[in-house]
Design a protein around this ligand. Structure first.
Ligand code: G7M
Length: 295
């Protein structure tokens, strides 16, 4: 069974602020028991910032947890400021909003708005325990393009992949319904061609195309595979064509439509052709290509 990773086309699960007595003030609901995190953020000791992206408003952190219990583990935390949700605007612009003047000049003024915590959410992804490979994955680095021929795949890439253990346990947890069950959008249980459609955990499921969940025409879906993928288990990415999705660049994304047509045209198409992909400066696979004089 294959897993499909969909991007953003799921129902919004917006935690609404509850109007209090007079209807003007807004109070945020506390988390439900099932929403309370088991990850102890306060035990995280920051070691370094791996990467920061001002445009995406994301920061990738590496640190240690469990030092107080003598069970030290590496952890990666990704913080991402989430986009505005249109239906939360009335609460955001409510007349009790805490709006502080920064400067005023003629008809222009700038302010700092301090919304209630519920409207100031930061999407937080935790990888714990994080392996050296996770840490490298998120580290900012120079990228290099590799043109991998059929021989390179046989002599360099395959032996490298076979020596690697990047666990896909999370993916089997999805397929075996041990995790993210409530996130499943669609399932085809056929033992041969079955699959599960689930949102990629890097997407904030409250934005984008959500309102049109069931109405996105096929012609507005970008459906593709990654080469190289991060996880070797067949999966397909779905993003809205109007969304500048990370991972949809030409050196990584292969449109499913083209892949199917290429394989129909020649079943050995991908065994024969040269494929180009980008690798980070310290990627061991890049070193192997260098050692073989292929870069
Ligand atoms: O093609 P590639 O292997 O890079 O894509 C894998 C995708 O799986 C990435 O876009 C990740 O963001 C996503 N992903 C990774 N993990 C560990 C999880 C997870 O635990 N749950 C979900 N839903 N998606 C994940």
């Amino acid at each position: 069974m294959a897993a499909c990773v969909s991007d953003g086309s799921v129902e919004p699960e917006i935690k609404k602020a509850k109007p209090s007595g007079n209807g003007n003030e807004e109070k945020a609901e506390g988390p439900a028991a099932s929403e309370r995190s088991t990850f102890n953020l306060h035990s995280f000791r920051l070691e370094r910032v791996l990467r920061e992206n001002v445009r995406d408003k994301t920061i990738f952190l590496h640190g240690k947890v469990g030092e107080d219990q003598g069970d030290v583990q590496d952890a990666v935390i990704i913080l991402e400021k989430t986009p505005f949700q249109e239906d939360a605007l009335p609460q955001l612009l409510n007349r009790n909003a805490d709006l502080r003047l920064q400067m005023k000049n003629d008809i222009y003024s700038t302010h700092h708005l301090h919304p209630l915590p519920a409207f100031n959410e930061i999407k937080t992804t935790v990888v714990c325990p994080a392996t050296e490979k996770h840490i490298k994955k998120y580290l900012q680095q120079e990228m290099y393009l590799v043109n991998e021929t059929a021989d390179d795949y046989k002599n360099i890439t395959t032996p490298y992949l076979q020596s690697q253990t990047f666990s896909v346990q999370w993916l089997y947890n999805i397929l075996e319904k041990k995790a993210e069950v409530e996130q499943i959008i669609h399932e085809n249980p056929d033992p041969k061609i079955g699959f599960i459609l689930i949102p990629d955990f890097k997407w904030n499921q409250k934005q984008m195309v959500i309102s049109k969940r069931y109405n996105i025409p096929k012609s507005q879906l970008r459906i593709y595979l990654h080469y190289q993928p991060s996880y070797y288990h067949l999966h397909v990415h779905f993003t809205a064509v109007g969304h500048d999705a990370p991972g949809s660049m030409v050196e990584r994304a292969h449109l499913l439509f083209n892949v199917i047509e290429n394989v129909q045209f020649d079943p050995e198409y991908y065994q024969k052709r040269t494929l180009t992909f980008a690798l980070k400066a310290d990627d061991p696979l890049l070193h192997r290509f260098k050692e073989e004089g292929r870069i």
